[in-house]
Write a protein that binds this ligand. Structure first.
Ligand code: F6P
Length: 549
């Protein structure tokens, strides 16, 4: 790894040497305006970064680092549709998918909007028919179950959004998501479905991903067996595809009018805004889907136009870099206090780690610094009763994002206020902890005898100084969810720019795919074990003996 360090980077290292030892308690004590200075509002979304271990100077230096990395230039190249995904020779145009104005985008010369609008119209026509019960299956029944077959970006985004917006879902249309190769995913679902009223969406940009194709083939067999002599009509009424490869979809048996197009300039993990979002349109309606797009478009405008110092994706990205590269955190937790956001952590894992989980820069050279931390998370308040112990007293630096909505769309009386109390209590406890003096005073006030106080005291102290960002949406509706997701997308982009990474390729997933292709015939006994490493060869021999492939 190169040891070359830029001037702004060195300035940050120097500043960090001083700031690292300062406790959040002292940062707050020294600045009565800290909340106002370190929180940002975009529309009615509030993001509080005051519990991050930065001060004004750190932020100024971080902005200088972004300027040094030519963030403004890269941002302009992104929005101009330049081929910034150089290793794949592609533009990165997911902002076009949520562009709702009527003019050209990204420019009159490169305008992709006519195609984007045509696919949106197709989505509207189809989703309205299905939702109105006018799209009929092979035996004349309306659709009651929709199964999205896809994986990675063709699964995580639409699944997360459909579940997040469950409060706005059309009753009577059940949405299912199948991704895993393991038949334990598809088999029980098929057992519960009626082929006459089930619609399958095969979502795959490449239409060649092993998991998706195998599940789609199994679903096709299941449907055709049920349809008997109507099999051809059944395929036409029960299978649609979302793909950039119309030929493969046709070869699979899906007619062209059932194919929703996507383009090579949409990365899988940035694709929920495209027809990959068809399950969302089916679930909440096309108007709802367009509200999601509008929320993301509002964040695009903010990212494009707001000054860097008040630019939310920029601030979140730079604070993440501060935590990783200067304070030394190697993980980052996402903690939504909203049951409906239970798939957000896995969505963000793909978004962040598939984009920036790299050690080689755009220029093909090793990065000078480590890049993306390990992203993980769980919904609150459940996590509090599982792993929060380690966050509070485990001694590891774990920066977190706490996310909640002020209002609930699932209004059982008496739940929201205690949820929010826990949400706010955890980030405060992590930041400020409990000193020995505070713990001692508490024990003494509770009447604990002095001898016991001494024994208990070490267990009752909380070091605090654990940094977090708090994000509060007014409600978890389509518009604000769109804003939230676009916020994270642009955060990832900014981090990629500063780290010098192409955030839009994912070569690291290829080796395992290649090897699986080589191991399959060895597992089924078509080839021998020669040439395999000792461990894998022995494991295959054991599997052959104990499995029934
Ligand atoms: O293997 C990784 C990956 O290529 C992801 O980037 C992508 O989201 C996923 O597989 C699914 O790809 P596809 O939509 O082509 O099936």
């Amino acid at each position: 790894m190169s040891t070359l360090v830029s001037t702004p980077w060195q300035a940050l290292l120097d500043h960090c040497a001083t700031l690292k030892g300062v406790h959040l308690r002292d940062l707050f004590a020294g600045d009565p305006d800290r909340f106002a200075r370190f929180s940002v509002r975009v529309g009615d979304v509030l993001v509080d970064c005051s519990k991050q271990r930065v001060d004004g100077k750190a932020l100024r230096l971080l902005i200088a680092l972004a300027e040094h990395a030519d963030l403004r230039g890269w941002r302009a190249r992104l929005f101009a549709g330049e081929k910034i995904n150089a290793s794949e020779g592609r533009a990165v145009l997911h902002p076009a998918l949520r562009y709702l104005k009527l003019d050209a985008f990204p420019s009159p010369q490169l305008d992709v909007m006519p195609e984007v609008r045509a696919v949106r119209a197709h989505m509207r026509e189809f989703s309205e028919k299905v939702r109105a019960g006018l799209w009929r299956g092979f035996s004349g029944e309306a659709i009651r179950d929709v199964v999205n077959i896809g994986i990675g970006g063709s699964d995580l985004g639409p699944k997360m959004v459909v579940r997040a917006l469950a409060a706005f879902q059309r009753p009577g249309l059940r949405m299912h998501f199948v991704s895993n190769l393991d038949s334990a995913h598809l088999a029980p679902l098929l057992d519960s479905l009626d082929p006459r009223s089930t619609l399958f969406i095969v979502a795959s940009k490449t239409f060649s991903t092993q998991e998706t194709m195998l599940n789609a083939e199994t679903a096709r067999e299941w449907l055709c067996a049920a349809a008997g002599k109507d099999a051809e009509r059944a395929l036409e009424r029960h299978f649609v595809a979302v793909t950039a490869d119309e030929q493969r979809a046709a070869a699979f048996g899906i007619p062209a009018r059932n194919v929703f197009r996507m383009w090579d300039w949409v990365g899988g993990r940035y694709s929920l805004w495209s027809a990959v979002g068809l399950p969302i349109a089916l679930s909440i309606g096309m108007n709802g889907f367009e509200r999601l797009l509008a929320g993301a478009a509002a964040m695009d405008s903010h990212f494009r136009d707001a000054p860097l110092e008040r630019n939310l994706p920029v601030l979140m990205a730079l604070i993440g870099i501060w935590n990783t590269n200067f304070l030394g955190a190697s993980t980052s937790a996402v903690l939504p206090y909203h049951e409906a956001l239970r798939f957000l952590p896995s969505f963000l894992q793909q978004l962040e780690m598939e984009s920036n989980g790299k050690t080689v820069g755009r220029d093909g050279k090793p990065l000078a610094h480590p890049a993306n931390p390990i992203v993980w998370g769980e919904i609150g308040s459940n996590g509090q009763h599982a792993f929060f112990q380690l966050l509070h007293q485990g001694g590891w630096l774990v920066p977190s994002d706490f996310i909640a909505s002020a209002q609930s769309d699932f209004p059982l009386p008496g739940h929201q206020a205690p949820l929010m109390a826990n949400f706010l209590a955890q980030s405060a406890a992590l930041a400020f902890g409990k000193t020995e003096a505070e713990a001692r005073a508490e024990l003494t006030a509770a009447g604990v005898p002095e001898a016991q106080v001494a024994t208990l005291l070490p267990h009752k102290v909380f070091a605090g100084n654990q940094p977090s960002t708090t994000i509060i949406l007014p409600r978890l509706d389509a518009f604000h969810l769109g804003m939230l997701l676009a916020l994270y997308e642009h955060k990832v982009f900014v981090q990629g720019v500063v780290w010098g990474i192409n955030s839009f390729d994912q070569w690291g997933v290829e080796l395992g795919k290649q090897l699986a292709g080589r191991l399959l015939p060895a597992l089924t006994g078509e080839t021998d074990l020669a040439g395999l490493d000792q461990s894998t060869g022995s494991l295959i021999a054991w599997c052959r003996e104990h499995s029934d492939f």
